[in-house]
Design a protein around this ligand. Structure first.
Ligand code: HEC
Ligand code: HEC
Ligand code: HEC
Ligand code: HEC
Length: 326
């Protein structure tokens, strides 16, 4: 995934994020660090997630405003509504390979086709793959994703960029003569930063296995990525339990220490380097999706970092946390 950060003009990605972070910092800054949440809520019980839509039933206003954010729209199924961004501009020719790409709709499904052009002008070497999902809200960019029947996800070679009213071009990392074509698998990391995890079965996030994904994927980063699994809270609230009890059953970042607050964002917004070197290592025995908001992030993953002073003039995309910390 490291290639993603190499183009296009990265500063456009970062500025809106930093603006948002400043707003959030203001919010977090005002809240005193109260007592930590009880262990039981943070305990890594995968099955304790609820359907991502469940929270909206009681927190309608928060859900409606959160739905506007890029994070809430970071992953979606390919439907006429979500694909409307394409407009009439559905083709792209890649100079470095001489390949032409076209996105089309047939019987309610979307497809990306690639072909070469024979000397007589006719299409040859034609290949086609169904577009099942879109990754990226499109605030800046979108990647198109196919899912095989075994659950494997593939990032397709052509993506969409919002600039200048929107256009198709090679996805980050694909703009070369020998790119991976329709074979680049989406790993746990890529998915884990870009969607909710409420539909995953226990044990399917073992990093030693091929990353396979369920068919009923969430549509965007949900409340539980920041508030932790919500089943205990929803059950308590549905039974009309004592308000103190139902509040204790869900992680509220504003009641946590500053480190735990920032780590909620760091699970996705920290990348110490975008080079090919690994920028972090996960602890042994931890499933790819076992981090729970409220637990120390270093119990889950250890980040490599530059020595003090070296870091400041380097640029990486998902590193806003350095500034957040200041
Ligand atoms: C059945 C109704 C119901 C559902 C569903 C529900 N909540 Fe709540 N939630 C409540 C109530 C009631 C409170 C307490 C409100 C108050 O303190 O005034 C609350 C409080 C909270 C708090 C604040 C806790 C604190 O310590 O201050 C958070 C965070 C929260 N809910 C998140 C969620 C999330 C995330 C979901 C979905 C997983 C969810 N809620 C689903 C009813 C619900
Ligand atoms: C460490 C977490 C992380 C990983 C891993 C990661 N991303 Fe991202 N990605 C982000 C964050 C954070 C942003 C938003 C950056 C910003 O707005 O400053 C982003 C932005 C994007 C966007 C642009 C969305 C928009 O419109 O703003 C796309 C598309 C994208 N990523 C695709 C991918 C794909 C495909 C992969 C894997 C092959 C991947 N990302 C891996 C964290 C990650
Ligand atoms: C990107 C992380 C993030 C996501 C996603 C998120 N929250 Fe929060 N939420 C926070 C933070 C941080 C706070 C504490 C700061 C504050 O109060 O604004 C908070 C506070 C809350 C509170 C208590 C304060 C209040 O305003 O009542 C509730 C309830 C809540 N969130 C519900 C939700 C629900 C429901 C969703 C999904 C629709 C959601 N949150 C999605 C980070 C998040
Ligand atoms: C599950 C991973 C994840 C978590 C947790 C997370 N983010 Fe994000 N964030 C992303 C991704 C991915 C994007 C890009 C979404 C897109 O536009 O497609 C993003 C985008 C943003 C943006 C750009 C504006 C927008 O409309 O969304 C801001 C600001 C932001 N995040 C702040 C935060 C803060 C602050 C926290 C912690 C309270 C946080 N994020 C937690 C993954 C995450």
């Amino acid at each position: 995934m490291s290639e993603l950060r190499t183009e296009p003009a990265p500063s456009r990605f970062l500025l809106p994020l930093l603006a948002g972070v400043v707003v959030l910092l203001a919010l977090l800054g005002c809240s005193p660090a109260l007592s930590q949440q009880p262990e039981s809520v943070l305990g890594g019980d995968e099955s304790a997630y609820v359907d991502a839509a469940a929270c909206a039933g009681c927190h309608a206003e928060i859900a409606a405003s959160y739905a506007q954010t890029g994070m809430a729209r970071a992953f979606d199924a390919a439907t006429p509504e979500s694909m409307a961004h394409l407009g009439a501009d559905t083709t792209f020719n890649h100079d470095k390979t001489g390949h032409s790409y076209q996105i089309s709709q047939r019987d309610g499904a979307y497809y990306m086709q690639r072909h070469e052009t024979a000397p007589d002008g006719s299409p040859t070497n034609v290949f086609e793959m169904r577009i099942d999902y879109i990754m990226g809200s499109g605030n800046h960019a979108r990647s198109y994703v196919h899912q095989y029947s075994n659950g494997k996800l593939i990032e397709m070679p052509v993506g969409w960029y919002a600039e200048n009213g929107g256009f198709l071009a090679m996805s980050p990392g694909f703009d070369s003569a020998n790119h991976r074509g329709f074979r680049r698998e989406i790993g746990f990391d890529c998915f884990g930063c870009h969607n909710g995890l409420s539909t995953f079965e226990r044990g399917t996030d073992d990093r030693r296995r091929d990353p396979l994904f369920p068919g009923n994927l969430d549509r965007g980063i949900d409340c539980q990525r920041c508030h932790g699994p919500g089943l205990a809270h929803v059950e308590a609230a549905s039974k009309g339990s004592d308000p103190a009890l139902l509040r204790a059953a869900i992680f509220n970042p504003s009641h946590a220490s500053r480190d735990r607050q920032i780590e909620v964002c760091m699970q996705c917004h920290l990348e110490t380097t975008s080079r090919l070197l690994p920028h972090a290592v996960e602890r042994f025995g931890r499933g790819a999706y076992s981090y729970r908001p409220g637990e120390p992030l270093s119990d889950f993953i250890l980040h490599f970092d530059y020595p003090e002073g070296v870091r400041e003039d380097r640029f990486e995309i998902a590193h806003a946390v350095y500034r957040l910390r200041k």
